[in-house]
Design a protein around this ligand. Structure first.
Ligand code: SAM
Ligand code: SF4
Length: 326
């Protein structure tokens, strides 16, 4: 099996695949409230084009794919697409990141498609605060989460972006909720992606503070569950619940980065915090061969920069997280 290795010796075995840049929510740190400047429909890769690109990735050694967005459940036929991707030889793990507003409707189809693991964004259990932070209705997300649990997804991980004086005080309630329902809870530091992410930097809080506060209430055991990504996990004693800390700002993890992203317009972004990218769509639509497609993917991996510069150059990134596929 060939492997994708970048010029810093990192093996890239994980692709985050954005299936749409659209979203039904407007999380304050992600998308501007009035945003509607979406990618033209004809620039979005079709299911067949996505399948072709993912097949090329898997033949080059990619083992894990996460469907993301924007909100992936907005894409028509998402379960059929997932089903096709899940069947690709070499793919070991197909997962999904969602805001879960539409999960109640799609949970069973998505589970049947071959997706096992689910990440759900949820920053608070307070309906008014949820409305203020996202523009949406909390009850839809809770219904979606319960449907996902009933459908048998495992693990279900809750991603909570922590903002000072906004929802940092909600961490304990979120953990109790996750203990009650058997969910993993992951805390995330806000990143300066686009104007929205940069504005949210004023609410930045070091996750060490959250860890210390929780440690006063819960017995936390370090060093469990290595995981395949950047989260550092701890176990809540006497439960099978783990909590993770994702700290791109306070402790970056670029030296172990194992992923690239494909946006819905067919561009490979090699780093969340940098612009280095390669557009596959022109090749796909100009009749490239599978070997040419794979050669382009290898070229893209070689462009992957050593690290992000969120701290040094927070003004750098104009892309919103929803455009790249967070
Ligand atoms: N809509 C889906 C969701 O919310 O899970 C998938 C896409 S969303 C862009 C993926 C993840 O990016 C979410 O967990 C969200 O909280 C995170 N995110 C978006 N903007 C961010 C920012 N500026 N800093 C940190 N995380 C961010
Ligand atoms: Fe939508 Fe996810 Fe961005 Fe929130 S974080 S606006 S749910 S894409």
């Amino acid at each position: 099996m060939k492997q994708l290795t970048d010029q810093f010796g990192r093996t890239i075995e994980y692709l985050r695949l954005s299936v749409t840049d659209r979203c039904d929510l407007r999380c304050t740190y992600c998308m501007p409230k009035d945003f509607s400047d979406y990618e033209d429909a004809e620039h979005s890769l079709s299911n067949a084009e996505i399948e072709r690109v993912v097949k090329a990735f898997t033949e080059l050694g990619t083992k894990r794919i996460r469907l993301t967005g924007g909100e992936p459940l907005i894409r028509k036929g998402i379960a059929e697409l997932a089903h096709k991707l899940a069947a690709l030889p070499g793919l070991e793990d197909l997962s999904l990141s969602t805001n879960a507003t539409r999960m109640a409707k799609y949970a069973d189809d998505l589970k049947a498609s071959g997706i096992e693991r689910l990440n759900v964004s949820l920053d608070t259990l307070d309906p008014d605060k949820f409305k203020r932070l996202t523009g949406g209705k909390l009850s839809k997300v809770i219904d979606g989460l319960m449907a996902a649990k009933a459908a048998g997804f495992k693990p279900i991980k809750i991603n909570m972006v922590v903002m000072k004086d906004e929802n940092d005080m909600d961490a304990e309630a979120m953990l109790n909720f996750c203990i009650e329902h058997g969910f993993t809870l992951r805390f995330i530091e806000t990143m300066p992606m686009g104007d929205t992410g940069r504005d949210a930097q004023s609410q930045y809080i070091d996750l060490q503070i959250i860890k210390q506060r929780l440690a006063e209430k819960f017995d936390l055991i370090p060093g469990v569950m290595p995981g395949g990504g950047p989260a550092r996990y701890m176990n809540v004693a006497d439960t099978d619940i783990n909590i993770g800390f994702i700290t791109p700002i306070s402790q970056h993890f670029c030296e172990t980065c194992n992923r690239v992203r494909l946006s819905v317009d067919g561009t490979i972004y090699t780093c969340l915090g940098q612009e280095h990218n390669l557009a596959l769509r022109p090749l796909l639509r100009n009749g490239c061969t599978d070997d040419e497609l794979k050669a382009a993917i290898i070229r893209a991996i070689n462009l992957k920069p050593e690290k992000h510069e969120f701290n040094e150059k927070p003004e750098k990134l104009v892309r919103f997280m929803s455009m790249t596929g967070g």
